[in-house]
Design a protein around this ligand. Structure first.
Ligand code: ADP
Length: 767
């Protein structure tokens, strides 16, 4: 006979109370306390779950009508008027006639009549759920407490088993309510089984997650352990790893880009595993020092005001007006663009004309650091790009070395003597240089030693060369050529007085009042002790004078040392040059030409003699092919026009001609000696002397035309230096006269010509 009794209802929140289980819960709401009060009479309560556990004020629709009738075991009072209730679930019941009495809900609780279902099915389910239970217990995730496990083992009744098991498991509250409401035991078993399977699956995931976490924890722990061991080993070996710690700190706080930092840390970790005495340890140590010493972001700010920059430029150099003007433009643009895509300037000119010092002056004017790298004789690409770290004694290339020296990422970087690089089988340094100078590539310059890209894009590159001819064409195309010619005697004297003498006085620790150099002495040094387009030797001679003065002043007997023409030879030795070579008097078969060399202009005497023979031509003096052809053209022209010059045609058949250019050791080439050779040859055949006061330059054609030549400025300077005051030049070169310094133009009579006849008339006596 099913139970049916009138009971107060307690609406329990967030959980479901099952029969066969002992539960403890707290109550505090007034309706619950009123229910408790009423229950003191019945000793039983009807516990139903509340649908929405968040709700405080409820009416009867908020209560699930199926609940459990419980017997109260104990009520204890809690602070704040709450009560703790311990009770035992007795049976399932359905609420009938719910009403509100004495401040609480009450109902008639009719016991839910349950059916067992097919006993075979019950048994089958029982086996399955027990197997599940075992797996869950074995999983060790604490779903069933040990007391529950023990209790479950003892239970034989399926009904009780489901209740105890469902109560213990983490099943959603609605799921539990469904199990409670179900009147058929086999169905409850089926529900329980599916919740258990679900639990097992979740446990599988949990295990996987935990394993993964453990794996990473284990790895960290292992590394930590190994590291500690390593530290202990290092400490035992008397090396406490301080160095690596220090390096790590330096790397982390450095301004290296992330990629470089990672690379450095990787190398450091390799290093920390090595013995300090191992050679590899040192290799990495040096490598890391390089990475740490290189500038990565440190830059100088450019001089803000153009006028300040120009002031410095003017102060550093005398003359060079055109060049200063171009550089002023260059700096003005730079100050706007910060040097991005700045053209690469190439200063071309003879040695000592100030190419290097103009470049360093640009750096000073901009307030940037200056690094100089001479490319003279660089044959190996590795000198520019470095050697791989695996080579013994490997080092970065000179570019990276230069950057380290500069200490900033935006220095002025000078490549001196780009015309002197040469390629051999170890790669072409010009290729590497091209990459460095190419703005599209140089932001990721690859040095083989460094292994990480280095950004050269903020560097300002400048190059110098003595001649354009030997610069590889692709390199030449990339640069803006600025030519610096030689200086006149007067310019040299002025540079000496204003710059070189003060500079050398200071370098030798002398004051202005301690050394005087007379005007005459200075002129003699320029004319007789140096023969150059620039002022490099002049500077050396002045240095020699200063050193001598330091010796003379040493014992304090004299307060001032004077250099005059009289004691000059005593200090500098015998005069080296009697100015440039020139014809001392009008001579037959000799003419003075003008040549251009990488070291500036020079005079060139051409000698011709004729002797009895069979009409052969002999050319000596280490002449190049072009010069030889030029000589033959001159002979052919004179021969074909011999009658005009009063020469017998047969003379050419019975005479051998010997053309010689002295200073046979120096190779000479180029067409510009054509008219000079023609003069010397004609003079030899006619017996009429060539005027010693005339020098000339120009190419000759078979028809007797005079073609233009290059290097007029240097050639004119050479003539001027030598004291020649008449210079025959091709008519087409007249336009180049602007480039020639004023003093030279004023003192030399330039004779422009377009044909050889005019040359002869001006150069040969009596023509
Ligand atoms: P380059 O690089 O052309 O061979 P440098 O720049 O080394 O020549 O110059 C040699 C010396 O001459 C340096 O001391 C330089 O300061 C000085 N010099 C050259 N030209 C001038 C000039 N116009 N004004 C002042 N000094 C000069």
């Amino acid at each position: 006979m099913a139970n049916s009794q009138y009971l107060p209802i307690i609406a329990i929140r967030g959980r479901v109370v099952f029969p066969h289980t002992s539960v403890t819960f707290d109550v505090g709401r007034s309706i619950s306390l009123a229910a408790l009060k009423m229950a003191s009479k019945t000793a039983c309560l009807f516990v139903c779950a509340q649908r929405d556990s968040a709700k405080d004020e409820i009416d009867e629709s908020d209560i699930y009508p199926v609940g459990t009738v419980v017997a109260i075991r104990q009520i204890s009072k809690l602070p704040g008027g709450n009560a703790r209730l311990q009770c035992m679930g007795l049976y399932r019941a359905v609420a009938r006639d719910i009403s509100f009495n004495e401040g609480t809900f009450t109902a008639i609780a009719d016991e839910l009549v349950c059916r067992q279902g097919d006993p075979g099915l019950v048994e089958a389910y029982m086996r399955t759920v027990r197997a599940c239970e075992e797996r869950i217990t074995d999983g060790g995730e604490g779903v069933f407490t040990p007391s529950v496990t023990v209790a479950l083992k003892k239970i034989t009744d399926a009904d009780e088993y489901v209740d105890v098991c469902a109560n213990a498991m983490k099943i959603p509250f609605e799921g539990k309510q469904k199990i409670l409401e179900c009147p058929v035991v086999t169905e409850r078993l089926a529900m329980l089984n599916s919740f258990m399977e679900n639990e097992i699956e979740i446990m599988g995931y949990e295990r996987k997650i935990k394993a993964r976490v453990r794996e990473s924890v284990d790895k960290n722990q292992k590394e930590y352990y190994l590291r500690e061991q390593l530290k202990a080993i290092h400490a035992e070996l008397g090396d406490d790893g301080e160095e690596t710690d220090e390096l790590e700190e330096k790397i982390l706080s450095s301004d290296m880009p992330e990629e470089v930092k990672n690379k450095a840390l990787k190398e450091l970790s390799r290093m920390s595993r090595m013995q300090t005495s191992s050679p590899d340890y040192n290799v990495i140590r040096i490598y890391l020092d390089w990475l740490l010493d290189l500038p990565w972001t440190n830059a100088t700010a450019d001089t803000a005001k153009l006028s300040d920059a120009v002031k410095i430029l003017n102060k550093d150099h005398y003359g060079l007006e055109k060049i200063k003007k171009r550089i002023t433009e260059y700096i003005a643009v730079l100050q706007r663009t910060g040097g991005v895509n700045a053209p690469i300037l190439c200063f071309v000119g003879p040695p000592g004309v100030g190419k290097t010092s103009v470049a360093s002056s640009i750096a000073r004017a901009l307030g940037r650091k200056f690094v100089r790298m001479s490319l003279g004789g660089v044959r190996d690409e590795a000198e520019i790009r470095g050697h791989r770290k695996t080579y013994v004694g490997a080092m970065p290339g000179r570019i990276i070395a230069g950057m380290k020296k500069a200490g900033t990422v935006n220095p002025v970087f000078l490549f001196d003597e780009v015309d002197k690089i040469s390629a051999d089988m170890r790669g072409d340094p010009a290729d590497a240089l091209l990459e460095v100078l190419d703005p599209a590539q140089n932001n990721t310059f690859q040095d083989r030693y460094l292994e990480v890209p280095y950004d050269l894009s903020r560097v300002l590159f400048i190059t110098t060369a003595n001649t354009l001819e030997t610069i590889p064409a692709p390199l030449r195309d990339r640069m803006e050529i600025i030519e610096l010619g030689g200086y006149t005697h007067e310019e040299k004297a002025e540079i000496a007085k204003r710059y070189l003498i003060p500079k050398k006085l200071q370098a030798n620790g002398l004051t202005k009042s301690e050394l005087s150099i007379s005007e005459g002495a200075l002129n003699t040094i320029i004319e007789c002790y140096t023969m150059e387009a620039g002022v490099r030797n002049l500077e050396r001679k002045i240095d020699a004078l200063c050193r001598r003065a330091a010796v003379e002043l040493a014992d304090g007997k004299i307060k001032k040392f004077s250099v005059t023409e009289k004691n000059l030879e005593d200090i500098l030795g015998a005069k080296r040059y009697d100015k440039d070579e020139k014809l001392r008097r009008d001579e037959v078969g000799a003419a003075c030409g003008l040549a251009w060399t990488a070291y500036g202009g020079a005079t060139l005497i051409i000698e011709v003699s004729k002797m009895q023979g069979k009409g052969e031509v002999l050319l000596t003096g280490k002449l190049g092919d072009v010069m030889k052809e030029s000589a033959r053209a001159a002979i052919s022209y004179i021969r074909s026009n011999c009658e005009d010059y009063g020469i017998d045609v047969s003379a050419f058949e019975t005479t051998d001609i010997h053309v010689h250019v002295p200073e046979g050791a120096t190779p000479k080439d180029g067409p510009s000696a054509g008219i000079t050779m023609a003069c010397a040859i004609l003079s030899a055949f006619t017996g009429k002397p060539v005027k010693s006061s005339v020098a000339m330059t120009g190419e000759i054609t078979l028809r007797g035309k005079v073609l233009p030549i290059g290097g007029l400025k240097e050639k004119a300077l050479a003539a001027y230096r030598t004291g020649i005051r008449n210079v025959i030049i091709p008519e087409d070169n007249e336009r180049d006269l602007d480039e020639i310094p004023q003093t030279v133009r004023e003192n030399i009579n330039f004779i422009p010509v377009s044909d050889v006849d005019t040359v002869f008339r001006n150069a040969i006596v009596g023509m």
